[in-house]
Design a protein around this ligand. Structure first.
Ligand SMILES: Cc1cc2nc3c(=O)[nH]c(=O)nc-3n(C[C@H](O)[C@H](O)[C@H](O)COP(=O)(O)O)c2cc1C
Length: 297
């Protein structure tokens, strides 16, 4: 089943949640255009998330999702909001949604985890999730070890669930390639950094537009910490510190709060501008609707 049928949306496209970025304006623009907009809950308390969900509902009647990063300290409070508001879809990352899964599913909420390998995909299938997002390491933000090209078919062949491909998808060629690999839909992040409705500092958007194919860098020595961002003085310094020392705690300290400094202030010296390797193809600012339609012409 294609995920547009499963999620009752026009196009089989999910806007990947982006921490501190995918707030109501981008989410409702994507959902109004026929994709599934996904709200971030990173850095939000109960009232903040509740308010964002209400704003999305004021701006669109179409389905949308909310992302739960499972290591968040206030996760139980956020789950309460999702249950109260009966959001249509919950996308989870950074762990297993097992402790919350029954409550969410019994409330009629679809649960779709993001996974980086076959083992986790199978574990999620055993839990009873509705689909999985197989995210390759081309992606912006936290990444796993496998490329989209190698991860998607291996996940497709190992589970009996709709598999959504993520990592490097931005146009109709990459959407078509995802379907040929066996995916039932696509999840897209970096391409939406070029959306008119994306609420990021102008400087952030300009850095993405200017970036070339080799302008991202991965920081984090342990698999848990690996993050892809644009090359900037900060991320290059962090990567260099990590290379010269086996203890990367000093380097990791420099990254605390750095996404916020990029998103809100566009600060190139101290911000980390998460982005995928496909940034080299994102060359103009367009409405989210135009970005989506260009992928499904
Ligand atoms: C700036 C940025 C922030 C992200 N933040 C999150 C996040 O908070 N939670 C999450 O599950 N994925 C996050 N992602 C991953 C996206 O949801 C999506 O899976 C990924 O961007 C797809 O690959 P692409 O960037 O090549 O399109 C982020 C990606 C970017 C570019």
């Amino acid at each position: 089943m294609k995920i547009n049928q499963l999620l009752k949306i026009k196009y089989p496209l999910i806007q990947g949640s982006m921490a501190r970025i995918s707030t109501h304006k981008l989410v409702s623009a994507v959902s109004n255009a026929g994709g599934l907009g996904v709200l971030t809950s990173v850095g939000m308390d109960k009232d903040g998330l509740s308010d964002q969900i209400d704003q999305v509902r004021r701006e669109t009647d179409n389905p949308f999702g909310v992302n739960l990063m499972l290591q968040q300290d206030n996760i139980y409070q956020l789950v309460e909001v999702l249950l109260e508001k009966k959001v249509p879809v919950v996308m989870t990352g950074a762990g297993t949604p097992a402790p919350y899964f029954d409550d969410l599913h019994q409330a009629g909420i679809k649960v779709i985890p993001v996974i980086p390998n076959v083992k986790l995909a199978q574990k999620m299938q055993d839990l009873g999730v509705d689909a999985v997002v197989a995210e390759g390491m081309e992606s912006g933000g936290h990444i796993g070890q496998l490329t989209t090209m190698t991860l998607v078919p291996q996940v497709v062949d190992s589970v009996d669930l709709p598999v959504i491909a993520a990592g490097g998808i931005f146009d109709r060629r990459s959407v078509a390639a995802s379907f040929i690999l066996g995916a039932s839909g696509v999840q897209v992040g970096t391409a939406f950094l070029g959306a008119r409705e994306t609420p990021i500092a102008k400087n952030y958007q300009q850095l993405v537009l200017k970036a070339g194919d080799t302008d991202t860098i991965v920081t984090g020595n342990s698999l848990r910490d690996k993050v892809r961002s644009l090359k900037t003085p900060l991320t290059e310094k962090v990567a260099q510190m990590e290379q010269t020392s086996s203890d990367d705690s000093e380097a990791q300290k420099l990254l605390v709060g750095s996404l916020g400094r990029a998103v809100y202030d566009g600060n190139v010296e101290t911000g980390s501008f998460m982005s995928g390797t496909i940034a080299g193809e994102i060359n103009q600012v367009r409405p989210a609707k135009e970005i989506i339609e260009s992928m499904f012409q």
